[in-house]
Design a protein around this ligand. Structure first.
Ligand code: FES
Length: 135
């Protein structure tokens, strides 16, 4: 059963939409990006080094001219195709995650991932986060 993630409008309004998914053993961050009138989803990791593209919270992803900019060394990945043609990540492509859109809502349809919560793995505001200690 596909899980509803968010709406296409929300992704376009906010510039990106981050969530945490699980492949059964490990958790992975996935960022949903605007592409033309639709959306695409990618593992939230630069292909050059282990750098988050979407930093979640109020910062999110840097979107410029239809691409997501890596905050570490500035490579830009096409938000529609995931490819990069500049900087240290030149010639590489982000890892895709399968989603689908139905009546403006975005659903996770990738057999390899299950939805865990909105936001990044360590985000305190995730509904199922247990990383926020209280004294
Ligand atoms: S870590 Fe992204 S370009 Fe180097």
């Amino acid at each position: 059963m596909p899980t509803r993630l968010t709406s296409v409008d929300t992704v376009h309004d906010e510039g990106s939409w981050l969530f945490t998914a699980s492949d059964g053993s490990e958790q992975t961050e996935v960022t949903v990006l605007p592409c033309d009138d639709g959306v695409t989803a990618w593992v939230n990791r630069c292909t050059h080094e282990a750098q988050r593209l979407d930093r979640g919270g109020d910062i999110g992803a840097i979107i410029r001219d239809g691409g997501v900019v890596c905050p570490k060394h500035g490579s830009v990945f096409d938000a529609c195709e995931g490819g990069c043609e500049n900087g240290p990540a030149d010639g590489s492509t982000l890892w895709t995650v399968d989603i689908s859109v139905n009546r403006g809502d975005v659903f996770l349809t990738d057999d390899d991932y299950e939805f865990v919560h909105e936001g990044g793995i360590d985000d305190d505001d995730g509904p199922s986060s247990s990383s926020h200690l209280q004294f």
